[in-house]
Design a protein around this ligand. Structure first.
Ligand code: HEM
Length: 161
């Protein structure tokens, strides 16, 4: 029963987190790229980022804590470095990557960059920066979906039917 609750928390955390990332990548960025006023573009993104970044940090913690609880609870840490443990290792690597991004790079680099863009107005190539950020979000989304698929393979196995 307790294991099921942790499992459900893990999956719901993944849905809210990666679903939010998908929404930003697929819906928000293309909408912002169509916004002609550079200052509006930056301010809108800053508002969304301000709301989503703390939530993403929380989801990262929830997914991590529930994941580690399941892994050690089931003794699966013993298969981490075996072929059977590849999906688990992949989830773990993607999670660490995200933790570094959300708790390290995002507050230090992205926040500062957005502030700089908001104050520089027309001087910076804001469209170019947004296109690069959109590409980066696509890469992170694909990697995160691959981690979700790895989770499903771990639970249900790589069966064809
Ligand atoms: C980006 C990070 C992660 C994503 C997107 C992710 C996603 C998923 C998904 C979709 C499942 C499958 C659930 C199901 O089919 O019912 C799953 C299961 C699982 N995940 Fe993760 N996960 C992540 C991080 C982690 C971490 C850091 C750990 C532990 C170190 C972990 C440990 C597990 C375990 C043990 C299961 C299997 C649960 C079971 O068999 O009942 N995950 N994960």
């Amino acid at each position: 029963m307790l294991y099921s609750i942790v499992h459900i928390i893990h999956v719901l955390g993944v849905i809210l987190w990666i679903g939010g990332l998908a929404f930003i990548t697929i819906i928000v960025f293309p909408t912002l790229l169509k916004t002609t006023d550079p200052l509006q573009k930056v301010l809108q993104f800053q508002r969304i980022e301000h709301r989503f970044a703390p939530q993403a940090r929380l989801y990262n913690l929830v997914v991590g804590i529930s994941g580690f609880t399941m892994m050690f609870g089931m003794g699966w840490h013993q298969i981490l470095f075996t072929p059977q443990g590849v999906p688990l290792m992949f989830m773990l690597i993607v999670w660490v990557f995200w933790a570094v991004m959300l708790f390290g790079l995002e507050p230090l680099v992205i926040k500062r960059m957005l502030d700089r863009m908001a104050s520089s107005g027309e001087e910076m190539d804001i469209d170019g920066v947004f296109r690069r950020m959109n590409r980066l979000h696509w890469v992170m989304l694909v990697i995160s979906l691959a981690a979700s698929a790895a989770g499903a393979v771990l639970v249900h196995g790589p069966r064809l039917f």
